[in-house]
Design a protein around this ligand. Structure first.
Ligand code: ZN
Ligand code: ZN
Length: 279
């Protein structure tokens, strides 16, 4: 199983970092977690086009995590030679978001249906809203969901996907909490969005300071990883983005974790079989 950080950015525009999105490739399935800015471009770079996805799983409905779902839906639709429903799984609110997205796409759908005789219907989606603690099947995998603490945003979910003795938890945004600890325990890899409060505090923007109380710091992510006994911690959605040459500084902040720390750039991947990181 391979975990590919497709997009390691945040809401702050960055020409080198697409918005948050992570692809998990198993021996049978391609499963996309979140759909941040530029996700279809990064999927293409990873060799995956939307019709190859077994489904899309959303951690929460903050815009930076879902803003390009519309592109995944449209590209899945127009690149599929036969009608096929895109499976979309997420917390409560996902149906409302997908319905609104389809309304936003309605004019485009009309143009394409009028122009392409072989297209006989608009995009098909199969949406499932899940609660924390429940599991669902996507492709050949049972995926378990767990609550995260990203309040006041709620509900928000993390997910655990396994294949054989390998497993990964995609945690999305949030601060450490007992349910996240329980979900991550013993996983091979744990993907966590992080911020660096000591750097963010130097930026004179009250709105930016607000992000500190509902995201894990690097230290908190490392502590969660260490408590859970995972093999690898993958940092993503880093605020601020790492300056060139600052990897050692980031690693030092994560020093409470004794496993492998992966400081993500877009398309950095971790093979859970060999525990090899490919930049
Ligand atoms: Zn968020
Ligand atoms: Zn976010």
């Amino acid at each position: 199983m391979k975990v590919i950080l497709l997009g390691t950015g945040s809401p702050i525009p960055n020409p080198e970092r697409a918005g948050p999105a992570t692809l998990v490739r198993t021996s049978t399935d391609n499963i996309l977690f979140d759909c941040g800015r530029g996700v279809v471009m990064r999927l293409a770079k990873a060799g995956v086009i939307p019709p190859m996805l077994s489904g899309v799983v959303l951690t929460h409905l903050h815009s930076d995590h879902v803003c390009d779902l519309n592109d995944v839906i449209t590209t899945h639709w127009i690149m599929n030679p036969v009608p096929s429903a895109l499976r979309i799984i997420g917390p409560r609110g996902t149906k409302e978001f997908v319905d609104a997205t389809l309304i936003a796409l309605a004019l485009d759908v009309g143009y394409r249906l009028a122009h392409h005789a072989d297209l006989t219907q608009g995009p098909l989606v199969d949406v499932l809203e899940v609660d924390a603690g429940s599991s669902f099947t996507l492709g050949q995998h049972d995926i378990l969901s767990g609550a995260t603490d990203h309040r006041p945003v709620a509900p928000t979910l993390a997910y655990r996907l396994s294949e054989g003795d390998q497993s990964v938890v995609i945690a999305g945004d949030g601060v450490p909490c007992a349910s996240l600890d329980a979900l991550v325990r013993g996983a091979s890899a744990y993907v966590q969005t992080v911020v660096r409060p000591e750097l963010v505090q130097q930026i004179p923007s009250p709105r930016l300071q607000d992000i500190l109380d509902y995201h894990s710091s690097v230290e908190q992510a490392a502590d969660t990883a260490q408590r859970a006994g995972v093999k690898a911690l993958m940092l993503t959605h880093m605020v601020p983005p790492p300056a060139p040459g600052s990897d050692d500084e980031w690693r030092a902040l994560a020093s409470s974790f004794k496993g492998t720390v992966v400081i993500g750039d877009d398309l950095t991947s971790l093979d859970l079989g060999t525990m090899t990181v490919t930049p």
